[in-house]
Design a protein around this ligand. Structure first.
Ligand code: ZN
Length: 347
């Protein structure tokens, strides 16, 4: 299947932080044809092993399977769902969103509602309605009806957005953070033919709440080198200055120099830059942006793992719908493959 088709399937799947099952099952299916072994660890990370001629160096690729979303916190007497946030979501983007409540009995559609603005007081209208004042309307008559529909405390809630191609290379969809990285990881495995070193491609859990899955996965895999495949903030929209970020959608994979969790190992950064140059892949450098990726956690595991990040400049991340360039995805996979082939020679 093509990168576009894989991305469509992966982003349409649900995998709110801590409830990654649907995304994980799909990722297992997509990686299986290219892996020698595939398994799930006790925290429920998926680990696909591709054996090389030698067992060392061992390279760990990490892409997180979880997405930011919501969770049922309580149901009011009248049958409205109140919720907690899973991961960093801006309250301002929640109002009037269509969402899906994933219950044991099946998936329910709902709308995020608030007190109608028409009857809000003047000063209320000027303020952001925080998430604790919002609710999800699933059309239930009351709390008993909601229970009959299957709603339980703890059920995950995702945004109801479907993937679409809207330009030659431009696509929109939910959960690009980080199913885009998952799709790049599948593509990388697909393109890696006979290799000298060993590659572990890991779909991690619970990244959005503190890089948790990467902690246990890295300990278990015990890699020599770590590369996180993720997305980052594209700044090519009105109101963003070059100083804020110079990253642009469609201008190539992004290599992190430093973020709030990682200062990329200089050898790894040089390896990635050289691989890009030799393969004529355009790339962009990022530094000083807030946030961190699984590479931060990988780098601090055991005695330390030299790590780096290959990211895709994505617009509107952590909102219900993001936008990215398929060309950046293709180039990210190409660059990761080229870097792995170079590692064989240089490490
Ligand atoms: Zn991410």
């Amino acid at each position: 299947m093509s990168l576009n088709e894989n991305l469509e399937k992966l982003t349409n799947a649900c995998g709110v932080t801590g409830r990654e099952e649907e995304a994980r099952n799909l990722l297992i299916k997509l990686m299986k044809p290219y892996a020698d072994e595939i398994g799930v660890d006790r925290l429920e990370n998926v680990i696909a092993l591709k054996k090389g001629k030698k067992s060392k160096p061992k390279i760990m690729l990490a892409a997180h399977m979880d997405e930011v979303g919501l969770m049922v916190k309580t149901v009011t007497k009248e049958g409205f769902v109140q919720f907690a946030k899973m991961g960093g979501i801006d309250d301002r983007i929640l109002l009037a969103q269509k969402v899906l409540v994933h219950t044991q009995k099946g998936t329910l559609q709902g709308i995020v509602g608030s007190k109608p603005p028409h009857i809000q007081k003047e000063d209320e209208r000027k303020k952001v309605v925080t998430y604790d004042k919002l609710f999800i309307d699933i059309g239930a008559e009351n709390n008993k009806d909601a229970a009959k529909m299957g709603v339980k405390i703890g059920d995950p809630i995702s945004f109801d957005v479907k993937y679409a191609k809207i330009g030659k290379d431009v696509v929109i969809g939910k959960a690009f953070d980080d199913r885009a990285g998952c799709a790049v990881m599948v593509e990388t495995l697909k393109q890696l033919e006979s290799i000298e070193c060993t590659v572990c491609a890991v779909g991690t859990v619970q990244e959005e709440v503190g890089l948790r899955g990467a902690a246990t996965a890295t300990f278990g895999v015990d890699p020599d080198i770590g590369i996180a495949l993720d997305v980052t903030i594209a700044g090519d929209v009105p109101g963003v200055s070059e100083f804020d970020t110079s990253l642009k959608m469609g201008k190539g994979p992004v290599l992190t120099v430093a973020d709030s969790g990682l200062i990329t190992n200089p050898k790894i950064l040089r390896l990635l830059l050289n691989a890009a140059e030799e393969s004529n892949i355009p790339c962009q450098l990022e530094t000083g942006l807030p946030g961190a990726t699984d590479a931060a956690r990988m780098s601090l595991t055991r005695q330390g793992v030299p790590s780096g990040t290959v990211s895709i400049a994505t617009r509107y991340i952590h909102s219900p719908v993001g936008m990215l360039s398929l060309k950046d995805m293709e180039n990210s996979a190409k660059l990761t493959v080229a870097a792995i082939q170079k590692i064989q020679k240089t490490f």
